[in-house]
Every structure is written in structure tokens, then in C-alpha cells.
Design a protein around this ligand. Structure first.
Ligand SMILES: Cc1ncc(COP(=O)(O)O)c(C=O)c1O
Length: 458
């Protein structure tokens, strides 16, 4: 081979036998020298192969499938930075089209007077919603000459971790209303024990992460109306519609949970969940522009023009915004309705079949978002747990997590399935076959893994 250029040596060599592939790649220090892009590609590609199969991941709410037109648009736009609104004014315009459509979908009384923006996901959107609540409360209290050092936010103990983070990062006391077998979600019961003059708002979740159940926003608002009548406190609601914000409008259109309820100040959703877009996109919309204090909006000039910005991130991908606008155009209301209904049908079918298997009892039946959780019925003869079943299903490629419920119910273990567009009825039936087979296997053998045995004791 002497005299042959290195590149030819490498491209002639059989794959996996050429320099760089027949040695271990460094993990924690930068390699001293470059390698060919195809060799680096192969190494990264191969390691990523060890990840789970995204379509069989029934733990995530986040989209794992879009069609080839979306893929094409994505590959045409992955270089766009959403913050460069001066450079990419049409991306910025499409962002506005999207949140205006959401304001309309969520029954804003005046979509043109609403205000909203895209974010990296619901976590960032919730932070922005929470910050607006906090700042409005602070400004009102200051105007009244009252102290502003002890804000609190009232929410269910089953909130998603982003609300815990919001409270921790932004010095707000979280007031958690525990869920129980009688009150499976925050429903307004005894709310007056939690709300006081320092309450910046109440979070109502449309699609509790643990179980998929809706919190009754209208009932929570009615409880707050009572509190206002008695105490004069006017407490706003932020609806965390991370999942349900893109389900309820289509398959439960009669359910009033959104801006139809006057007390709802702001709503977030994840474009990358039931908005049907790949990961990296959330939305938050305020009923009217005055609910987003101007003091939270920064103006920057270094991108050209004078750009108002209210977000935690600065740079982030703009492609997802284009994908969301594409999805809104491609599906329209009727298309979303069909997709969400088909997803809900699969979830309800799975829930009904799992309930009929015998050992399991449903916590909920997927009648809200296409998500449901179940428990094991008490049976002293059974020597396995839902953690064991989760392990066994994992061996078949399915990721179906088991976990403890939140505060006051931590002794209760549930297992949950999130059905997304991409889990069709036929594939769902294969999952049911596997659950039946693996439960029967565990009945014969009992708990097998040390990890699940410890989880059992936990
Ligand atoms: C109710 C709720 N809120 C917020 C979030 C956070 O959303 P994201 O993953 O888009 O940041 C989730 C995620 O599962 C959720 O279920």
C-alpha cells in the first residue's frame, strides 16, 4: 500500500477494520488528532444504536414520529436560530401565526389582543407563565405598599417537576395540595387552606403527568370565586396544558378549561407532545397583553432592529417553529381531531384490555388524554411487582415505566402508558400480547431481578 494516500487506504479498508474503528474512541478527553468524518459518524451512530427504540418508548409524551414532508422541512431549516428575528423575519412571523392560532383554539375572547411566544418546551413555558404571575403579584403588592418577600404558588402534589424547579429557582414557596384516593387530582377541595394574600396563582394541570387525568379547571376557578367573595383575594390560574392543551380542544371540545374561564390568565402546551412536532418546542399564551408585565420584556439591539425578548434561552432552533406551522397547516382542526381521536382509541383499548387481564386495576381509563396508569391488585400469593413487569417488557424493547405516586401516596406503585401518534392499534395488540406473556412468566418464576426485588421492598 505504500504510496497510496491515507484516504484511499481508509476507504478501501473494510468497514470496522480501518484506523479509528479498530480501536476505542476516547470518552472523556478530546482526541489529539482528527479522524475522517465517516469514521466519527460510524462511532457515534453505533453508540446511539444502544439507545432504546423511540417508537417503543411508551414513557415519553414527546413526538417520535413525523412524516417525510416534515423531515424534509426540518432538514431545510435546521440552521435557523429562532432568536435571529431580524435575519429570519418569516420564521418570527410564523411563530406569531402559531401562538395566535393557539389563542384562538383556546377560546381567547380577543386573539389579536393576546400575547404569546414559543419556547424550548413546556418547562420553559411554565417558567415564563410563573414569572408573569410572580411579577404581577409583586407589582400589585408594591403599589399597595405591602411586602413582596414571601410569594407562594398553589398546585397539586402531582405537578411535573418543572413547577418544583420554578419555585426553587425563583424563590416562590410551593404549596402542594396532596392527591389522595378521594381526590385523585387538584379539584378545588379545601383550596382556601392553601390560598392567601401571598398566593401568586394556582396551577391547574390538563393532563397530570403521573396519570394523564385532567384537573377540573372550572371547579378550581369556582373555588377561587368563593375565596374571592369571602376574602377579596383575586387569584389567577395558569393552566399547564403541556399535553391536554392539544388534546381537549379536539376530542373534548365541550369541556371548558381554557380562556372561556375568566380566571385563566395563561396557558402553556408542548408543541413537541400532542402538538405533533419533534422535540424542542413549547408555547405559552396570555389571555391579554397586560397580563405579561412589560418589566419582564428585554429589548436587544445587537441582532439588528430592536428586538423585544421574553424567554429564558436566547439562541435555540427555529426549525421546530416551522414544523409547528407546517403541522397546523397540514392537519387543520379536522386532521388534529382525527389523529388525537385515533390515539385516544388506542389508549382506551389498551386500558380496557389491561383491566380485563386480571392482576391489574386501572387508576384511570385514558378518557382524558391518551395516557393511563394502573396498579397491581393485592394478592399475597404474587411474588412480582410492576417493576419486574417493566423489566420484562424492556427485554422485548417496550419501555413502560413503573414508579411511585407523589406525596401522601408514595406507597402506591403504578405503571403508565403514554400513547402517541405512531402507536397504531395493531402494534398496541402486540404490546398486549407481550404484557400477557410476561405477566404469566412472572407468575411462574416470581421476581427475577435484584433491582426489582429492592424496588419491591421500597
Ligand atoms: C404537565 C406537564 N407539565 C410540564 C411538562 C414539561 O414539559 P417539557 O418536557 O415540554 O418541558 C410535562 C412533561 O411531561 C408535563 O407533563
Amino acid at each position: 500500500m505504500s504510496g497510496t494516500p491515507l484516504r484511499d487506504v481508509i476507504s478501501l479498508n473494510p468497514l470496522f477494520a480501518r484506523p479509528g474503528e479498530n480501536t476505542s474512541a476516547p470518552r472523556y478527553t478530546l482526541p489529539p488528532d482528527p479522524m475522517l468524518p465517516e469514521t466519527a459518524y460510524q462511532i457515534v451512530h453505533d453508540e446511539a444504536m444502544l439507545d432504546g427504540n423511540a417508537r417503543l418508548n411508551l414513557a415519553t409524551f414527546v413526538s417520535t414520529w413525523m412524516d417525510r414532508w416534515a423531515d424534509r422541512l426540518y432538514s431545510e431549516s435546521y440552521d435557523k436560530n429562532a432568536i435571529d428575528k431580524d435575519e429570519y423575519p418569516q420564521t418570527a412571523a410564523m411563530e406569531t401565526y402559531c401562538w395566535r392560532m393557539l389563542a384562538d383554539l383556546w377560546h381567547s375572547p380577543d386573539p389579536a389582543g393576546a400575547i404569546g411566544c414559543s419556547t424550548t418546551g413546556s418547562s420553559e413555558a411554565c417558567m415564563l407563565g410563573g414569572l408573569a404571575l410572580k411579577r404581577r403579584w409583586q407589582e400589585r403588592r408594591r403599589a399597595e405598599g405591602k411586602p413582596t418577600d414571601r410569594p407562594n404558588l398553589v398546585m397539586s402534589s402531582a405537578v411535573q417537576v418543572c413547577w418544583e424547579k420554578f419555585c426553587d429557582y425563583f424563590d416562590v414557596e410551593p404549596r402542594r395540595v396532596p392527591i389522595s384516593l378521594d381526590h385523585k387530582v387538584l379539584d378545588g377541595w379545601e383550596l382556601d387552606r392553601y390560598v392567601d394574600e401571598n398566593t401568586i396563582g394556582v396551577v391547574a394541570i390538563m393532563g397530570v403527568t403521573y396519570t394523564g387525568m385532567y384537573e377540573p379547571v372550572a371547579q378550581i376557578a369556582a373555588a377561587l370565586d368563593d375565596i374571592q367573595a369571602k376574602t377579596g383575594l383575586d387569584v389567577p390560574i395558569h393552566v399547564d396544558g403541556a399535553s391536554g392543551g392539544m388534546i381537549a380542544p379536539f376530542i373534548q371540545p365541550e369541556l371548558a378549561w381554557d380562556f372561556r374561564i375568566a380566571r385563566v390568565a395563561s396557558i402553556n402546551t408542548s408543541g413537541h407532545k400532542y402538538g405533533l412536532v419533534y422535540p424542542g418546542l413549547g408555547w405559552v399564551v396570555w389571555r391579554s397583553a397586560d397580563l405579561l408585565p412589560q418589566s419582564l420584556i428585554f429589548k436587544v439591539s445587537y441582532l439588528g432592529g430592536e428586538m423585544p425578548t421574553f424567554a429564558i434561552n436566547f439562541s435555540r432552533p427555529g426549525a421546530q417553529v416551522l414544523l409547528q406551522y407546517w403541522a397546523f397547516l397540514r392537519f387543520g382542526f379536522e386532521g388534529y381531531r382525527q389523529v388525537q381521536q385515533a390515539t385516544a382509541d388506542v389508549a382506551r383499548h389498551l386500558a380496557a384490555e389491561i383491566a380485563a387481564m386480571g392482576p391489574f386495576e386501572l387508576w384511570n381509563d385514558a378518557s382524558d388524554i391518551p395516557v393511563f396508569a394502573w396498579m397491581l391488585k393485592d394478592d399475597p400469593a404474587r411474588a412480582w411487582t410492576l417493576y419486574d413487569l417493566s423489566d420484562r417488557l424492556r427485554m422485548k424493547g417496550w419501555q413502560v415505566p413503573a414508579y411511585p405516586m407523589p406525596a401522601d401516596l408514595t406507597g402506591l406503585t403504578v405503571q403508565r402508558i403514554v400513547v402517541r401518534n405512531g402507536l397504531g392499534m395493531d402494534l398496541a395488540d402486540r404490546l398486549l400480547d407481550d404484557i400477557r406473556t410476561q405477566a404469566a412468566y412472572l407468575d411462574r418464576t416470581g421476581a427475577t431481578s435484584g433491582e426489582s426485588a429492592s424496588a419491591f421492598h421500597h
